[in-house]
Design a protein around this ligand. Structure first.
Ligand code: ADP
Length: 218
């Protein structure tokens, strides 16, 4: 199992006291599995992704990523987890504007200690970025920037890729193309892929689909 979530609960303070967003979430993913997480806006999808990615901590329950208990890690441990075990792709690409495309892609892999120039070349080629490597992010289209973000994530060879509406900022045709490339590369590397999406088209492309409602998965 690359991911094992058991009985996870999370509440936030609200005007009415506290509001329970997650009320006992259970989820398992096998290595290499692709999964769509759907649910209405405000149902807690991003919250769950943040907990799995070690960006926030659960009130209750356990989350094991590649066998590591996320809750038991300190800040340094969580940072290391994010760098090399789980990797998060956001809708806003979060590229570093002062670094070239090549340096952006290499960045996370270097931090994770797994930088491999030939792997980077392979990823860039698969994503159609070979002729863009010396450019800076501002010179790229939205679709190209998202491809760079995907290459940067996969270059660090994560076991689990978390993606929050990864193609939400792209037009439909570009989104479909980027999704295909991402699926192919994730399959190549054997990583698991958990995608939060509103799109039935994207959800249908994943191996499995779970729906978050009333704080639980079904
Ligand atoms: P989704 O991703 O499904 O749209 P979210 O996980 O972003 O849902 O949010 C679920 C609920 O939790 C919402 O009601 C939101 O307002 C609340 N929430 C999320 N993050 C915080 C936070 N840091 N502080 C307080 N409330 C939050």
């Amino acid at each position: 199992m690359v991911l094992s979530v058991k009985d996870v609960a999370k509440s936030y303070p609200s005007a009415e006291g506290t509001s329970a967003v997650l009320r006992g979430v259970d989820l398992e993913m096998a290595a290499g599995e692709t999964l769509a997480l759907t649910g209405e806006s405000g149902s807690g999808k991003s919250t769950l992704l943040h907990l799995i990615g070690g960006l926030d901590t659960a009130d209750n329950g356990s989350i094991l990523v590649d066998g590591r208990d996320v809750a038991a890690l300190d800040d340094t441990g969580r940072a290391a987890l994010r760098r090399s075990v789980v990797s998060v792709i956001f809708q806003q690409f979060n590229l570093i504007p002062s670094l070239s495309v090549q340096a952006n892609i290499a960045f996370q892999a270097r931090l994770a200690g797994v930088y491999d120039p030939s792997h980077l070349t392979h990823l860039a080629s698969k994503l159609g970025l070979s002729s863009q490597l010396d450019k800076y992010p501002e010179a790229l289209s939205g679709g190209q920037q998202q491809r760079v973000a995907i290459a940067r994530t996969l270059a660090a060879r994560p076991k689990l890729v978390l993606a929050d509406e990864p193609t939400g900022n792209l037009d439909e045709a570009t989104a479909a193309e980027v999704l295909d490339q991402m699926l192919e590369l994730v399959t190549d590397t054997g990583a698991g892929l958990l995608v939060v999406t509103h799109s039935p088209v994207i959800a249908a492309r994943m191996g499995r689909r779970v729906h978050l409602s009333q704080g639980r998965l079904a």
